[in-house]
Design a protein around this ligand. Structure first.
Ligand SMILES: Cc1cc2nc3c(=O)[nH]c(=O)nc-3n(C[C@H](O)[C@H](O)[C@H](O)COP(=O)(O)OP(=O)(O)OC[C@H]3O[C@@H](n4cnc5c(N)ncnc54)[C@H](O)[C@@H]3O)c2cc1C
Length: 403
């Protein structure tokens, strides 16, 4: 008798793979070390689950081969995901900047909808059970469970995630087995992580939250640039603007890196116009800066530029104003690293996408094996890209595993 298709990992990738595999008429078994399915999904988007993005674009992923991602998203992209979520009872809406959330504003309702769909589809759920090793003979895969039991399966989907946020279940324990099956495993590093910096010059700005353009430099070379929200902490910077740069930092351990923040990326012209209008008046510069910046920022900037707190705009010459704008549009931060796996949203590294066929997510190395989600070396930016990748790769693997 044919063994069920076995899927390791009941995260977004594994659950989606399981549901699509049952559409093909196959029997499916889904194993997870946690007591319930979708444990990490439950905490995504600060409990709101940013499920996807209206502006889904293969080129925005840190993926060695954008064409690979385009092929995958071409089969199951944003529109297909919205329709699939609706089919299991999850309605979505999108914010003006394209970030998509459940109408319920609750990741819990998404996890419950998945749980219900898995049970309705008759999927065998094997929870609270860890797979400790995968071996293959020519006929099938044998999975050793933490109970000591060995399960056999002719077709296997590995959806066991990466190493991010290990308390939620994914600790990278199966990469050794994937290596033994012939796969390369690129070093795993934190991504979408808070960035640690020398905050000594910015101590008075702790707790400030603002939108900024963040540019990451190694010497004079611009490595990457993003725009978004960020928050100042005693150990460094957090928020999408810097998290989207963090994989570049993890990949360059020991390098001398500098972050330059431009909080005026959208308001420089407004400030220049305001200053030009008030140029001959005794208006304190602090007041003018306060028109476009959070109140804790102007005193720090004035001190850093070497001006007194009460300097008036008519006391400054054009060169001094030019110097101020150069500082304001490129506030320098000495980068010391990124926070660890405990604080990051995804991990970079894992199995390279070149070893998996994006048309079916099958391994190019081992027969009847598919690899999906964060197990692969893909990092999307903040905004729903990583969940979209998990869902897309799961849907394609589940659909194609049986043929
Ligand atoms: C705090 C936080 C917030 C996030 N917010 C967002 C967001 O809003 N939008 C977004 O797009 N992305 C977000 N992400 C990223 C997103 O959660 C991941 O990209 C996604 O969960 C990856 O899905 P996956 O199915 O590949 O892996 P996972 O979700 O990690 O699932 C893998 C599953 O495999 C199981 N497993 C692992 N090893 C074994 C084993 N040996 N035996 C049995 N089971 C095993 C684990 O228990 C786990 O349930 C966030 C991540 C975090 C940590």
């Amino acid at each position: 008798m044919e063994t069920p298709i076995t899927i390791i990992g009941a995260g977004p990738a594994g659950m989606t793979a399981a549901l699509f595999a049952t559409h093909t008429g196959a029997k499916v078994r889904l194993i997870d070390g946690n007591e319930r399915v979708g444990r990490k999904l439950l905490v995504t988007g600060s409990g709101r689950a940013n499920l996807t993005n209206q502006h889904m674009d293969a080129n925005l992923f840190a993926c060695a081969d954008p064409a690979w991602m385009k092929t995958l998203l071409g089969q199951f992209g944003h529109a297909e995901l919205i329709a699939f979520l609706e089919s299991i009872g999850v309605l979505t809406y999108s914010t003006p900047d394209g970030w998509c959330y459940p109408v319920s504003e609750s990741a819990q309702t998404v996890v419950e909808a998945f749980d219900n769909a898995l049970r309705l589809a008759g999927i065998e759920l094997v929870l609270n059970t860890k797979v400790t090793a995968i071996r293959s003979d020519k006929q099938s895969y044998s999975l050793t469970l933490d109970s000591g039991v060995v399960l056999n399966s002719e077709r296997l989907i590995v959806a066991a995630g990466g190493k991010a946020y290990p308390t939620l279940g994914s600790r990278g324990e199966l990469f050794g087995s994937l290596k033994a099956l012939g796969h390369t495993v690129l070093p795993l590093t934190p991504a979408l992580a808070p960035v640690t910096c020398d905050m000594t010059p910015y101590k008075k700005m702790l707790g400030v939250r603002l939108d900024a353009r963040a540019s990451l430099y190694e010497g004079t070379t611009l490595l990457a640039e993003t725009t978004g929200n960020l928050i100042f902490n005693e150990w460094g910077l957090n928020g999408p603007a810097v998290m989207d740069l963090s994989h570049h930092i993890s990949a360059r351990s020991g390098a001398k890196l500098e972050l330059r923040l431009n909080p005026l990326f959208a308001s420089e012209l407004t400030l220049r116009t305001l200053i030009a209008r008030q140029r001959s008046t005794p208006t304190p510069l602090r007041i003018l800066l306060g028109a476009v910046l959070p109140p804790k920022l102007p005193p720090v900037l004035l001190a850093k530029a070497g001006f007194s707190m009460d300097v008036k705009i008519n006391e400054l010459n054009d060169a001094q104003i030019g110097k101020l704008f150069r500082l304001l549009t490129a506030l320098p931060f000495k980068v010391t690293g990124v926070r660890g796996f405990e604080y990051c949203q995804v991990s970079a590294g894992g199995v390279p996408v070149s070893e998996v066929d994006p048309l079916n997510m099958r391994s190019r190395t081992a027969p009847n094996l598919a690899l999906v989600g964060e197990t692969l070396d893909v990092v999307g930016p903040c905004g729903g890209y990583n969940l979209q990748f998990a869902f897309s790769s799961g849907a394609v693997a589940g659909t194609k595993i049986n043929n």
